[in-house]
Design a protein around this ligand. Structure first.
Ligand code: BGC
Ligand code: BGC
Length: 859
């Protein structure tokens, strides 16, 4: 026998013997043992422990009660926690989720943020135990302090990847930290160091690059920016915050790009592709790592002892703490959302417990420690790690958040220098894909038509994680101090004596010299942004480009996107094509490389280069630079410079009828979120109607609220406490004649369906009908509902709302996946049931939400 064989044999023998004496751990207590080969992982230069801090940790631990130690492991969400809870449960942390604000007020002021932070802090320092431990608040500042009105929103990570300038990234991190400090929040859930490898993933834009090395450089830079540097004494100094490398590990590598899916790779591939960001972040001193929702070869990361403990903590030498992701522990086998010792035993140090049931998790965890299902040693280690981070961050010395040096400084939030940094990032991140006849840069002295629904739409250009979680429900007014792409074009052109006209649909009275059309993806975030293919399809956008071109106008496309998409028809219909990604609040800077100075000199060169491979076809995912067979349309690193001649053929192949790309599908109105351009409005008698712009809205007797069905917030629940109405509205009117014979289709869970009527808002021939005619009335579980449009109207030419729901007290509907499908349906029992006047929004007067005029009124 060779040595190797002997070793294997002995190992096997030991396993068998061990297996006999102690049955393999199972159930809820112990994570399944999944092993790899630790030797494959590097041993990173370990940061020497600070003896003074280690002594303080030991002293604190010695004085803490068991309840306190369990409390430190808990991170509830601000919507479900009071100061009193912080005191009673000795909570270690709180977070605000995406689109979660103090008092649930989207427009919360700096003082609102600070006083909430102060309240938590004072509560944590007035517990009845001897040892007082300051609480720490975490937030997703993923492209600036993006939950806060007025903050500088930087371009999303995919755009930054096109720049390859770590120094700029470090400066952005520092600016973000300062804006956070102004609100008294000390911990960011950033950077995302995912290496997105299948761009169908809805978080691709949170990834800097498909190239691991670039992600590594940026992970380091962002951590240094947020936390400061040890080598110049800024580490955790004034205006710095704790950083988080997330989501450990392999979040960008799931099969099919599925969010929270399974990453099936060998250990070598996991290390080579997905670990690079963690290596560089740990070397830079990152204090927190967030566990991923995903699995590695079928095993959930939240319960992965090998990766969390053996690799991350022991081998890589990470001495900060591991936080869970949004109740992610519940998916560990044997666990529930309110009980999961296996995650703690695997190496999770803090539960992100965002739901109302976090108290049960606390109670169960306490019981698990008492029963020995979680050892004291593990509990102490988790606490030591949390204390180490809090001590290093100076939280024991900093005092109340409102006393931080930058606290309440309104001038820091959206500071001109931060906006200037963001502008630099915007202009350097633009990637020029096509430039026929060197059309760009343009003369600013021209007559320019600016068109497309992204031209003057700051919410769209900012993407997900912008004030709200999915980036939906925002208007330009939600971004004070920000500028749109149009604003920048207008400023450039007018200053040079040219002329600009803005027309979303491209209509003009006088033929312009050229048209700039801004269009692309609407905002989305995790889960909801996953797609099944990489094609961009928008018939209106394409028609707009073609209409302008057919009129002999040169067309410049500015493409708003969170990922590379197959866009051949749009490239063909454009003379020049620029990817502007998701630039954030400084849309103005997009115009800088587009136009020359008035004297014809270049103002800002095109320097952006793709940090992702760009597909030619919709079915080309995954597509990555190290795949020798990949045939991207534009390879990784592509990007034209000023003066370059593009090498595109005159006409790229376009998807043909019958393919994925060309079949007209249903018109979807609500799918996990209300899709652009639709809005949900509520109206009740005697109340000002309201538009839903966060996850909950009450207008008098009606409330709409997002709920979880299959995934977070994928469902809308509407409840009535009196007569009132809800409706999905188009910003103006939409011609649905194409859908004549079709149906309104959705899934619903209903209470008192007989008290709900469905109507369609149109010019004059529309009707409403009883919902109960189309549902199974006895059923209070989910059911599919299909209402022929013929029951609602004969004339679909000018529809303001394809679905208005009028209800009375006690009625309730949970709605899922609302769409209009094509078909050939007549109305089985035509009725023209007028609703009683007190419930009805004026159906015959469609209104324009953009100008606020003619809001629906109750008759
Ligand atoms: C939402 C969650 C989401 C989270 C992310 C919250 O506001 O309610 O569903 O996962 O934001 O931060
Ligand atoms: C996301 C994380 C985020 C967390 C807290 C989760 O849904 O996956 O990236 O940090 O919510 O908002």
């Amino acid at each position: 026998m060779t040595h190797l064989r002997t070793a294997l044999f002995l190992g096997l023998l030991l396993t068998i013997l061990h297996g006999c004496s102690a049955p393999p751990p199972s159930g809820i207590d112990q994570p399944a043992a999944v092993a790899g080969n630790l030797e494959r992982w590097p041993q990173l230069a370990a940061r020497p422990a600070d003896p003074a801090i280690e002594r303080r940790i030991q002293a604190l631990l010695a004085g803490m009660t068991l309840e306190q130690k369990v409390g430190q492991l808990m991170q509830p969400e601000i919507r479900h926690v009071s100061n009193d809870d912080v005191r009673r449960y000795y909570l270690g942390s709180v977070l605000n989720g995406g689109g979660s604000f103090p008092q649930r007020n989207k427009h919360a002021s700096l003082d609102d943020w600070l006083s909430l932070a102060d309240g938590f802090y004072h509560a944590s320092m007035s517990v009845d135990a001897d040892v007082k431990i300051p609480i720490v608040w975490g937030t997703d500042a993923v492209h600036g302090h993006n939950n806060v009105i007025g903050a500088t929103l930087f371009p999303h990570n995919i755009a930054l990847g096109a720049i390859d300038n770590p120094a700029l990234i470090e400066a952005i991190g520092a600016a973000t930290a300062r804006e956070m400090a102004a609100t008294g929040i000390s911990w960011s859930f950033a950077p995302t160091v995912a290496v997105a490898r299948d761009d169908r993933w809805g978080r691709t834009y949170e990834s800097y690059s498909e190239a691991p090395a670039l992600v590594g450089r940026y992970a380091r830079a962002q951590v240094l920016g947020l936390q400061g540097r040890r080598d110049n004494g800024t580490f955790m100094g004034e205006g710095r915050v704790i950083a988080t490398a997330k989501h450990f590990i392999g979040d960008g590598g799931t099969a099919g790009g599925e969010d929270r899916g399974d990453t099936r790779l060998t250990e070598e591939e996991l290390i080579r592709i997905h670990a690079q960001g963690y290596f560089r972040a740990i070397e830079a001193g990152v204090q927190v790592v967030m566990a991923s929702f995903t699995s590695w070869n079928g095993d959930k990361l939240h319960g992965h002892r090998y990766l969390l403990t053996d690799v991350l903590k022991n081998r890589l030498g990470f001495d900060g703490f591991v936080v869970g992701d949004w109740a992610g522990h519940q998916f560990v086998p044997g666990c529930t959302v309110t009980r999961c010792p296996a995650a703690i035993n695997a190496g999770l140090d803090m539960f992100m417990a965002p739901d109302d049931n976090w108290r049960e998790l606390y109670t169960n965890t306490l019981a698990d420690v008492k029963a020995g299902r979680i050892s004291m040693a593990r509990l102490d280690d988790a606490n030591a790690r949390i204390l180490r981070v809090k001590l290093r961050a100076g939280l024991f010395e900093k005092g109340a958040p409102s006393s931080y040096p930058l606290a309440a400084r309104q001038d820091i939030v959206g500071h001109p220098e931060h906006r200037e940094l963001a502008r630099q990032a915007v202009r350097e991140s633009l990637v020029l894909l096509k430039n026929r006849g060197q059309l760009l840069p343009l003369s600013p002295k021209a007559h320019v038509l600016v068109a497309g629904n992204g031209a003057h739409n700051i919410g769209k250009q900012s993407g997900g994680w912008s004030i709200t979680w999915q980036g939906t429900g925002n208007t330009n007014a939600d971004f004070p101090g920000a500028t749109s792409v149009y604003d920048g074009i207008k400023a450039q052109v007018e200053a040079a004596g040219g002329r600009v006209s803005l027309s979303e649909n491209g209509d003009y009275s006088e033929k312009p010299d050229l048209a700039i059309v801004v269009y692309g993806e609407d905002p989305y975030a995790e889960m909801q942004g996953d797609t099944s293919h990489l094609g961009y399809h928008n018939a209106d956008d394409l028609a707009l480009l073609r209409k302008l071109r057919d009129a002999g106008i040169k067309v410049v496309s500015l493409f708003v996107t969170g990922r590379p998409l197959a866009i051949n028809p749009y490239l063909n219909a454009s003379d020049a094509f620029v990817v502007i990604w998701l630039p954030g609040t400084e849309g103005k800077a997009v115009a800088e490389p587009l136009f020359t100075k008035p004297n014809g000199d270049v103002q800002a060169a095109f320097t952006g280069r793709l940090s992702f491979s760009w597909p030619q076809f919709a079915d080309q995912a995954p597509l990555n630079l190290d795949d020798p067979l990949a045939q991207p349309l534009f390879a990784y690193g592509y990007g034209l410079a000023n003066g370059d001649t593009d090498t595109l053929p005159a006409a790229l192949p376009e998807p043909t009828a019958g393919t994925l790309a060309a079949t007209p599908g249903p018109l979807t109105i609500f799918h996990r979120r209300t899709l652009s351009p639709w809005r949900l409005d509520l109206a009740a008698k005697g109340e000002q109607p309201g538009t839903m712009s966060t996850n909950s809205l009450t207008v008098g007797a009606i409330n709409a609220q997002t709920r979880d069905r299959f995934m977070q917030e994928d469902t809308l629940e509407i409840t009535w406490t009196g007569p009132a109405q809800a409706g999905f509205y188009h910003p103006s009117q939409i011609n649905l004649s194409d859908f004549a014979g079709g149906s309104l289709v959705f899934e619903a869970r209903l209470k008192n369906a007989a008290d709900i009527q469905v109507g369609l808002s149109c010019q004059n021939t529309c009707r409403s009908t009883h919902l109960s005619e189309f549902v199974n009335p006895g059923v209070e579980t989910w059911q599919s509902v299909r209402i022929p449009l013929a029951c609602l109207s004969d004339d679909l030419q000018a529809v303001a709302s394809p679905m208005q729901l009028s209800g009375r007290q006690g009625a309730e509907i949970a709605l899922y996946n609302l769409r209009i499908e094509r078909g050939n349906q007549t109305c089985p029992n035509p009725s023209d049931t007028p609703l009683s006047n007190d419930v009805l929004i004026n159906r015959s007067a469609p209104y324009n939400l953009n100008n606020g005029a003619g809001k629906p009124a109750l008759r």
